[in-house]
Design a protein around this ligand. Structure first.
Ligand code: SF4
Ligand code: SF4
Length: 179
């Protein structure tokens, strides 16, 4: 009985090993005989275009005239299941106007550690102010770096410079400054 068990186990193991090696060898020879170039992307020098509906880094957008779209209504914060958005509103005045509405966000923060990139904030926003764009390189070094402030999130006036570029420039400048 014992011998039969050992024999059966060995037979099953050998069979599984043969099947596994067969798959490996099949892929190996397929690649070897392939005439098309390999599809490997040399990241980060090369990047694949991301899926059109990709949702990554948040951006607070502006109108063409430079005014901020955000009116400080906090609907995004209310819709956020992770409770990671903090909005503080203030009144616009004729002398000091930031948005077309009565109010604007004087403080806007997202705790990116808690964010699950669900996009509910974008869906809830009545003015299309907060949007999730394709910048996915969000790694950082300290927890504090993940608290994105309004200054970090707001699109620069008069252009659509990717915020990732601004972040990289700022970080490089900080690194140089530190040395
Ligand atoms: S993407 Fe989702 S979790 Fe992240 S801030 Fe927006 S609503 Fe909150
Ligand atoms: S981002 Fe949109 S939803 Fe959030 S406070 Fe601003 S206007 Fe309101």
């Amino acid at each position: 009985m014992g011998f039969l068990n050992v024999f059966n186990n060995t037979k099953d193991g050998a069979k599984a090993l043969t099947v596994g090696m067969g798959i490996t060898l099949r892929h190996y020879f397929e690649q070897l005989l392939k005439t098309e170039p390999c599809e490997s992307v040399q990241y980060p020098e090369e990047r694949r275009e991301t899926y059109p509906r990709t949702r990554w880094r948040h951006v607070l957008t502006r109108y063409e005239n430079g005014l901020e779209k955000c009116i400080g209504c906090s609907l995004c914060a209310g819709a956020c299941p992770a409770r990671c958005i903090y909005v503080e509103a203030a009144e616009n005045t004729d002398e000091d106007r930031y948005s077309p509405g009565e109010r604007f966000a004087i403080r806007y923060e997202i705790n990116m550690i808690r964010c699950i990139f669900c996009g509910f904030c974008q869906d809830a926003c009545p003015t299309g102010a907060i949007v999730l764009r394709k910048d996915f390189e969000l790694a950082d070094f300290t927890r504090a770096d993940f608290l994105y402030t309004k200054e970090m999130l707001l699109e620069p006036a008069g252009g659509t410079i990717p915020l990732s570029a601004i972040g990289i420039i700022n970080r490089n400048a900080e690194a140089e400054h530190a040395h």
